[in-house]
Design a protein around this ligand. Structure first.
Ligand SMILES: *Cc1c(COP(=O)(O)O)cnc(C)c1O
Length: 759
């Protein structure tokens, strides 16, 4: 008996070749085990159970046709082949589309049905697939996906590699790194599932399930790989559908279904690997030698029975002698641009991926729209609200000096109007719902004026902002003062009564109490801002220890009783995610109730801050704001007014930024780089959120959104990081001098833009 085994890499993220070899050696002491490798850097080639080595040229140099013929001869001679390397398995499947009796790997059609992330073949198993989105969607949709899933997402490559993503700029960087490394744009984002990691490993021959085991990870490496585990039986609930699927796929070879069990006990399928897992010898230790059972089924040669030694296994690190024919190579040169797997694996996965991609052999995650994700967009084209285009038509861009800020008037009007409408619809005779416009978000007078006309209060974080609100027409009794620096600059505090003042610290409470006692400050409401427990914030007064709570309650005692008491909290849902924000809201309501009873001050006013991304704020298909408003008086029985303080939710869509294409090679078929006259100085939020970009056809005047593509838009600044868009496509007719409009720039892009590079 002669068995070829590939996938011998044996670092901290190992391939299964060594485990397969050990298990086969135990069952077939006299078999000839041949190790197959593509790099002399794979330490597994020195494993003593291997009788022979078949070391190939690296994948980038290998003559694939000649190698394929040699493999055919090997199989025809009666030898078996067990692959431990996914990409090799895909290539082998292209050589043997219908399989080969001695090739113990699955056929091509089966591989397509287990490809990530949808894993079509999971149907019938008691598992679910975590929501995902292909990165071929528009950046706008991808950002939505991340917010909706609380920024607990993984960026995954089509074959290996997963990077945890917590912010937009990290996403942009890793997307381009992974795309370059694996020569594909077909990456995807998938939500993180918290829970315990479990696997079902099985082997099958020509569609017949031979054996399956269930493994729970009991110890993990930093990369999340198994270091210890226990192996038991697979439940019949799982086995029955698995048997059917194996038959439908006509599976041959080993396989592993990697899953996470969440706190409610639901299993989530992360991937289905077309090979044995690296811990496979752990199963042999538990008395189930899957590689041997596979070989026994394929050849009819009885394997020596495996003795169950223990249900639990763990790993150790071993030193083994280096084979004298294969002395250690010199240290490798660092591979630039690789991360994780692609950096560490010496077996040429990246090179093989590139070759297979060119040969059209590998199937990537072209299955587009993830489950649970709405908003399909063809070729990454973002949806543009029609009011943007209508507002843009009011501008004569031909003679416009760029970069230029464009106020989208009807868009802004309708946003304020719908906020006003919602507040009045939600108000009852007991609880009034009011909007406050956050001035700092964009202090443009046109927006402040719209806020005034739409029944908003003005929310200010400095006395200069208060003065600006008064100048536009607000009365002091319509002003809310908030934040840690609100008394700056001295001497600008209005004499009249304000609507509300929220204290940001214990010292601030004492200052406010004293100033009110002296008659310098008058306010209908005085209150406190609470620091959110569990979610880091530098603002507000902490409540998360008994001591801190006691100090707060004592300080509240100082606040005059002839003003009403209120509580404010603010945490940007655009950063922590929408679901998490609502969870926080519930918890804040309970904190408010504790403070109410401990301080003996009814909470009559609740101010829930801003921080919403426009698309997440009071959307039509999400009536959670309504339920939040209904919920508040259930927990806080004295509440009379609920104030919401949208800043960017309203301001962000209200302005756009016009740039001009300064230079690109118009003769190039696929433009890689184009320079614009704008920069990150005008788009400081570029690192935190995407912007939908429109191109204006100079001939027809038509506005079209940019799709996903291969062009980078380089800013005019001489700064390495001044790249205002990555992965977009200029339309075919684009010319130097054309106008591009970056939408969604009306919030902090506008207010925080700076003057740079203008002499
Ligand atoms: C900044 C701010 C807001 C508005 O936040 P956005 O992120 O612009 O929505 C609301 N309330 C307070 C107290 C703020 O400081």
């Amino acid at each position: 008996m002669r068995i070829y085994i590939s996938g011998l890499y044996s670092g901290t993220n190992p391939q299964p070749g060594i485990g397969i070899t050990r298990s086969l050696r135990q069952a077939y002491p006299d078999a000839t085990l041949v190790g197959v490798e593509y790099s002399n850097r794979s330490s597994g080639i020195h494993w003593t159970d291997l009788d022979e080595l078949w070391l190939q040229r690296p994948w980038e140099e290998l003559n694939l046709d000649a190698y394929a013929n040699e493999i055919r001869e090997v199989l025809e001679s009666g030898a078996l082949w067990i692959s431990g390397f996914d990409l090799e398995i895909m290539w082998l499947a292209s050589l043997f589309p219908e399989g080969h009796r001695n090739m113990l790997t699955p056929p091509a059609s089966a591989l397509r049905k287990i490809s990530k992330p949808a894993v079509e073949a999971h149907k019938g198993l008691p598992v679910r697939i975590p929501p995902f989105i292909s990165t071929e969607h528009s950046d706008w949709d991808i950002h939505t996906f991340c917010r909706q899933h609380n920024w607990k997402v993984w960026l995954k490559g089509p074959y290996y590699e997963a990077v945890r993503i917590a912010s937009w700029d990290a996403f942009e960087i890793f997307r381009s790194t992974l795309a370059r490394a694996w020569s594909t744009e077909k990456l995807f984002l998938q939500t993180h599932v918290s829970g315990y990691e479990e696997s079902v490993c099985f082997c099958a021959y020509q569609g017949e399930l031979v054996e399956a085991v269930y493994m729970r990870k009991r110890e993990l490496t930093e990369e999340g790989k198994t270091w210890a585990g226990d192996v038991t039986e697979v439940s019949e609930e799982f086995l029955a559908p698995l048997r059917r699927i194996v038959r439908e796929l006509n599976w041959s070879g080993g396989a592993e279904l990697e899953m996470v069990r969440d706190t409610e006990g639901q299993l989530w399928l992360l991937e289905c690997n077309p090979r044995f897992p690296a811990w496979i010898h752990g199963s042999t230790i538990a008395g189930r030698n899957l590689p041997a059972m596979l070989v026994e089924r394929a050849t009819g040669v009885a394997a020596q029975k495996a003795e169950a030694v223990s249900e639990e296994f763990t790993r150790v690190v071993l030193e083994v002698p280096v084979r004298s024919q294969f002395p250690l190579p010199p240290l490798p040169e660092p591979f630039p641009g690789g991360i994780g797997h692609s950096l560490k694996h010496p077996s040429g996965s990246l090179a093989l991926a590139e070759r297979l991609g060119k040969l059209n052999i590998i199937q990537t995650n072209g299955n587009g729209n993830g489950n649970g994700h709405k908003g399909k967009a063809e070729k990454g084209e973002p949806q543009i609200p029609s009011s943007f285009i209508n507002d843009l038509k009011a501008y004569d861009v031909n003679d416009m000096e760029t970069p230029a800020w464009l106020f989208l008037e009807s868009t802004a009007q309708s946003l304020f109007k719908s906020a006003q409408g919602l507040a009045s619809r939600l108000s009852t005779s007991f609880v009034k719902v009011t909007n406050g416009y956050s001035i700092k978000t964009n202090p443009d007078e046109r927006l402040i004026k719209l806020a005034l006309e739409s029944g908003f209060l003005a929310e200010a974080i400095s006395l200069l902002e208060v003065q600006k609100a008064l100048k536009v027409g607000f009365k002091p009794e319509q002003v809310i003062l908030n934040g840690p620096g609100k008394w700056w600059p001295e001497g600008l505090l209005p004499k009249e009564r304000l609507h509300a003042v929220f204290c940001d610290s214990l010292a601030d409470i004492r200052r406010v109490a004293a100033s009110m006692e002296r008659g310098e400050l008058q306010s209908k409401i005085v209150g406190v801002r609470l620091r959110t427990p569990n979610v880091y914030s530098r603002f507000g007064i902490p409540v998360d220890t008994p001591k801190a709570l006691e100090k707060l309650v004592d300080a509240i005692e100082l606040l005059p009783r002839d003003s009403a008491f209120g509580i404010h909290f603010h945490m940007a849902s655009s950063n922590i995610g929408v679901a998490q924000w609502w969870h926080l809201y519930e918890s804040m309501l309970r904190w408010c109730r504790s403070i109410e009873s401990l301080a003996g001050r009814p909470v009559e006013y609740l101010d829930i801050g801003g921080g919403w991304f426009p698309d997440d704020w009071h959307t039509e298909d999400d009536d959670r704001f309504t339920s939040a408003v209904r919920r508040a008086p259930e927990v806080l029985r004295n509440v009379r007014q609920i104030i919401s303080e949208p800043g960017k939710a309203i301001a962000q869509p209200s302005m756009a930024l016009a740039f001009r294409l300064l230079e690109f090679d118009e003769t190039e078929e696929e433009v890689k780089e184009a320079v614009v006259d704008g920069s990150i100085a005008e788009l400081p939020m570029h690192f935190f959120q995407p912007h939908r970009i429109l191109h204006r056809d100079a001939q027809t005047g038509e506005w079209r959104p940019l799709k996903r593509g291969k062009t980078q838009l380089l800013g005019r600044l001489c700064m390495e990081h001044d790249i205002v868009a990555r992965g977009v496509q200029l339309p075919a007719g684009a010319r130097v001098g054309d106008v591009l409009v970056f939408c969604d720039a009306g919030a902090y892009d506008r207010s925080m833009s700076y003057v740079f590079g203008r002499g």
